[in-house]
Design a protein around this ligand. Sequence first.
Ligand code: TAP
Length: 452
Amino acid sequence: MPDYTVINPATEQPVTTVTLTTAAETDAAIERAAAAQVSWRAVAPGDRAALLRRFAAEVDAHVAELAELEVAGSGHPIGQATWEAQHVRDVLLYYAAAPERLTGRQIPVAGGLNVTFHEPLGVVGLIVPWNFPMPIFAWGMAPALAAGNTVVAKPAEVTPLTARRIGELALAAGIPPGVLTVLPGKGSVVGQRLVDHPLVRKIVFTGSTEVGREIMAGCARQVKRVTLELGGKSANIVFADADLERAAATAPYAVFDNAGQDCCARSRILVQRSVFDRFMELLEPAVAGVRVGDPALPETEMGPLISAAHRARVASYVPDGAPVAFRGTAPGGPGFWFPPTVLAPAGADSPAFTDEVFGPVVTVTPFEDEADAVTIANDTPYGLSGSIWTENVGRAIRVARGVETGNLSVNSHSSVRYWTPFGGFKQSGLGRELGPDALDSFTEVKNVFIAS
Ligand code: TAP
């Protein structure tokens, strides 16, 4: 069986070695998950809820350990990694309330009545990217389990450690074997088997638009349910009437958090021309103030990129002669470091403006008026998130309705709350995760007529 050595992105030192799952082992795990689903769906709703709460408590008791694993295996700053582990706990607790609320309807009809049931789908295959190994794992896993499905999850090959540990914590909490299985391995092996195996009834995929397109085509062959959370190229639109100090002070964190390896990164800042120069003056010290360094230190705000190959890809967006307005700092020595970088002015002729860089590179572009801002913001195949900065509530509403994207914030950069829906427009995805309706995509409605 092949092995994979996890590398600490901040030191380039090996962390541990993980055995990669083969295609035959994947098939066996899917078959065990299908067998386990028969009894998991039969667990009384209150008991399933109690098990999920115990799972959440087990995660809560291991937040520090999970956070340290994410620092070592993914280079996430410890403060962020701690939040991520707590987020897994919170998502489990939120969906632990769902089994007892998964009720159908009764519909009077001539000669009797119809009743509806929300039936679980069976085995759900969960394919997770490397940028947020814990939260994205939880978003698919928790509602799928709550609805009575079993889950076979594949973390990204390079970041398997926290998902693997959370799988162990599920067993320790009393979740029965086979209900949640974590299979470290390659997308082309484990991920592909999840897509191809007929016992897997739904795929939840988060990753690049390129791979998502192939997953969707694979699922189509079996009319398999699929949720896709894909790439982004989100706009941060700053109007002249905005609180410019606040917009500029927070803009770096809207794109450089997680070293820019964030599908929601506001990587195109659009600024109304009349305040463009003032905004750039305010942005420069804010970028210089981003604390880049050792992710194990609590004060660190930005860590390294995930790998040398990814750093080379990010660097290709800042070639010699690129319009670098200013940059932040980054440590020298070992580690896949890249400094926060601001390119301005940048337009549609710049790949950094059009492509998802997935690194700490942001472009700043002037616009003339509201209509121009919406046109530029929408000039992308993506539509995942975005921000609008204005003190004019009417404008905020008009622009929010005009921008074709799934998750917007006004005078804020936050994108994710587990109790509100999350997902993309256009090529940023298909379907919604999180929020109170998430179980709809992990169940099918069964309609039964009872003659009276
Ligand atoms: P991908 O290369 O697309 O990989 C995502 C996952 O798919 C990994 O687990 C990967 O496994 C697996 N995979 C690759 N090829 C596969 C195949 N043929 N069949 C089945 N699974 C396969 O993305 P990434 O580089 O890890 O993540 C970055 C991308 O994810 C960015 O585009 C980012 O925007 C997007 N993203 C989106 C969101 C949301 S919520 N919309 C959130 C985070 C990230 P391996 O690791 O083994 O290759």
